[in-house]
Structures are given as C-alpha cells and as structure tokens.
Design a protein around this ligand. Structure first.
Ligand SMILES: [Mg+2]
Length: 122
C-alpha cells in the first residue's frame, strides 16, 4: 500500500468512530461544529513546536520523532480543522483569504528586514 492508500484506509476506519454523542463545538454538532477539534489540533501543533524549541531547532527528538515530519503533519491537521470550521460555520472565505494574504505580506516584509540586519554570531 502506498502512502495515499494508507491515509485513505485510515480515514475510512476513523470515520466509523463517529457516534454523534459529542457536545457542542464538536464535529457533527450544530453549535460551532469543529471548534473543539481546531483547539485540539492547535494544541498538538504547539506541542511539536515546543519540542523544536527544546531541541534547539534540531529535527531529531529524544523520543525518536523526526520533528520536521511531525510539524508538517500537525500543520496539515490545523489547516484541515481550519478549513472545516470555515466551511461549516457560515464564515466568510473571501474575508479570510484577503486577511491571510495581507498578513502573509506583512510577515514577508518583517522577514526581509530582519534578514538584512541580522549578523551571524560567532
Ligand atoms: Mg493532530
């Protein structure tokens, strides 16, 4: 089985676990569906970033995890949760896209300034 087939099989298996008994803010509910999952996924992303800080930026974690792989996976989970919340909570995707583009331009401008002024240390 290739990676795509493994992921498809995993989604099929996990989809069967939904039982509809979760509280508001959960996927499948009517009050802000997906918000609890988004919080959970943001927490998992923070956990990986904390490990990166703890290792001083090294990708190898003492647990055996490759932190660049874990970071990519948790970023993907957050993107998926954000996309779900956007679609299922009557939010404005155009506003999101506009804001995201503006924020991204700002980040790039900050990065360009920093990259010019930082001198390598010793
Ligand atoms: Mg996750």
């Amino acid at each position: 089985m290739n990676e795509d087939e493994i992921e498809a099989a995993t989604v099929t298996a996990l989809a069967g676990q939904a039982n509809g008994d979760d509280g508001p803010f959960s996927i499948g509910q009517t009050v802000w569906p997906g918000i609890s999952k988004l919080i959970e996924e943001c927490g998992e992303l923070q956990q990986v970033m904390g490990k990166l800080v703890a290792t001083g930026g090294r990708r190898e974690h003492w647990s055996g995890d490759d932190l660049s792989v874990r970071l990519t996976e948790e970023m993907a989970d957050v993107f998926a949760a954000l996309d779900f919340v956007l679609e299922h909570n009557d939010l404005n995707p155009k506003r999101l896209t506009r804001r995201m583009a503006a924020k991204r331009r700002l980040f790039e401008a900050w990065h360009a300034v920093t990259a010019r002024t930082v001198t390598p240390s010793g």
